[in-house]
Design a protein around this ligand. Structure first.
Ligand SMILES: Cc1cc2nc3c(=O)[nH]c(=O)nc-3n(C[C@H](O)[C@H](O)[C@H](O)COP(=O)(O)OP(=O)(O)OC[C@H]3O[C@@H](n4cnc5c(N)ncnc54)[C@H](O)[C@@H]3O)c2cc1C
Length: 446
């Protein structure tokens, strides 16, 4: 008997279609034929079977944050799991079972009730699914590692036979190859994750800092930050955002899992030789810190182009000058270059131990522009593309969670030496290439 769609299904004529189809990035939005908001694993299974039986293209969606909107499509079906959000915590084993539709805000708040943390990203509306499957970088990365480093196992719906689907578990004992691929191999490639089991950490008070400089301090502030942030005490993870010149703001923020007095000492090296205009340091409970780092504007749908790259060696003076020039000629005041320090525990895992390859990078770097409805995107997109190109002599590889269709050598760029192994997993799990989109991992037969 033909499978039926179950769950909350939204069609184009429904009043909530517009909200249901809209992702965070409004640039190149899409118009699916149906969006299935799955309520449980059976709905996910049915949705995949339904699409396969009728040969309908589909995409998988959780937090809607894909930069390139890989989680939506025109005409086909969106299998959305964002209404599956249960979180349960076991404080004696320090583990949490988290439904894959939960967003980070919900995950952090749920864990905090038990005084626990999962190292993840910053904005609340990012889906834990896309984040984890691509790696997961955030303000606890240097002390604890990436989100995917905390993964113990997944439940995942994968294709079966010609037209069917099945729910399997993947962990260190079962489906080991698939588990390895789920630790940084990127979302949407192998199946639909319905549940994650994570290791979590007890956490209580943390200290945070915020330092501001005028734009004329950009070169000094950036150089000081890059010489310090990836090498300082690994309990401290920090970032620096170089805003367009018209904003006159160079901003560094960070979180230290330790007392304020120690943090004060640590940031002395950052400040040395620069003229900051404002310095703030505070000690606060961890839940207040993740609230602080969640910028509400970052959770609102907007038109944007973002791209990024990894920095393996310090950016020399010539590279710093390229960034400065780009910021002086930015298309509007919202354009920025953002860097986050890595190393620490991120480097404690080898590049091939998980599918997340860029273990030895010092910095993850992003180029950002946003614009208003009705504005021509060309200038904004070109600014990002040109900056990426000009910075390429000083960068190596890209983060799969910051996908960019202009990256031609994306297999090596995202996955380095792990690409072939990912193709092997794909060939075993999804030989018919049922899960596919531009920049998805192809099986060997395709
Ligand atoms: C404002 C903003 C802030 C961000 N901050 C951070 C950060 O601090 N740290 C960081 O590392 N990254 C960050 N990112 C990048 C983020 O990790 C990626 O965009 C991530 O892919 C988002 O996942 P999602 O579930 O929200 O998005 P979606 O668009 O729903 O999905 C992203 C990809 O994962 C696939 N996918 C979604 N759900 C599933 C599932 N259940 N099973 C299998 N595949 C699935 C989709 O098909 C798609 O390919 C940020 C992005 C934005 C826009």
């Amino acid at each position: 008997m033909a499978t039926k769609l179950t769950g909350r299904v939204v069609f184009p004529n429904d009043p909530d279609y517009s909200e249901a189809r809209t992702n965070l990035n409004l640039y190149r939005g899409k118009y699916p034929a149906a969006i299935v908001f799955c309520q449980d694993e059976m709905d996910v299974l049915n949705a995949l079977k339904y699409a396969r039986e009728r040969d309908i293209p589909f995409r998988v969606r959780s937090g809607r944050h894909s930069y390139q909107n890989f989680s939506i499509l025109n005409k086909g079906i969106v299998i959305d799991i964002s209404e599956m959000v249960k979180v349960s915590v076991n404080t004696s084993s320090n583990t949490a079972v988290i439904d894959a539709g939960a967003d980070l805000g919900h995950v952090y708040q749920s864990l905090w009730k038990y005084g626990r943390a999962l190292p993840g990203g910053t904005e609340y509306s990012v889906g834990v699914a896309g984040l984890t499957l691509g790696g997961g970088i955030g303000y606890l990365s240097r002390i604890f590692g990436l989100t995917c480093d905390h993964l113990i196992g997944v439940r995942i719906v994968i294709p079966k036979g010609d037209n069917s689907a099945e729910i399997v578990e993947a962990n260190k004992w079962k489906n080991r190859d698939l588990f390895w691929a789920c630790c940084g191999g990127g979302g949407g490639n192998f199946g639909i994750v319905t549940q994650f089991t994570f290791q979590v950490h007890p956490i209580d008070m943390v200290s945070i800092y915020r330092v501001e400089w005028d734009f004329d301090q950009m070169e000094k502030a950036f150089d000081s930050w890059q010489n310090w942030a990836p090498f300082t005490d690994e309990r401290l993870t920090s970032d620096i955002e170089l805003h367009a010149k018209s904003q006159n703001l160079i901003l560094s923020e960070g979180q230290f899992v330790g007392p304020k007095e120690e943090l004060k000492q640590l940031i002395r090296s950052l400040l040395k030789g620069t003229r900051p205009r404002r310095i703030q340091i505070a000690s606060l409970p961890f839940n207040k810190a993740f609230d602080h780092f969640n910028y509400p504007a970052g959770n609102e749908p907007s038109y944007f182009k973002r791209s990024g790259s990894f920095v393996y060696e310090k950016i020399p003076e010539r590279g710093i000058q390229i960034m400065k020039k780009s910021l002086e000629n930015a298309p509007n005041e919202n354009a920025s270059i953002w860097q986050q320090s890595l190393a620490g525990k991120v480097q404690a895992v080898s590049p091939t131990e998980t599918a997340y390859f860029h273990r030895n990078a010092l910095i993850a770097q992003e180029y950002n522009t946003t614009w208003e409805k009705g504005e021509d995107p060309k200038e904004f997109v070109e600014w990002v593309v040109a900056l990426r190109k000009h910075m390429s002599p000083y960068t190596r590889g890209d983060y799969v969670n910051w996908p960019d269709l202009t990256i031609r050598d994306w297999p090596t760029s995202y996955y380095g030496e792990n690409f072939d192994r990912l193709r092997k997993v794909k060939t075993r799990v999804d030989p018919m290439n049922v899960f596919n989109f531009k920049q998805s991992i192809p099986p060997f037969s395709h």
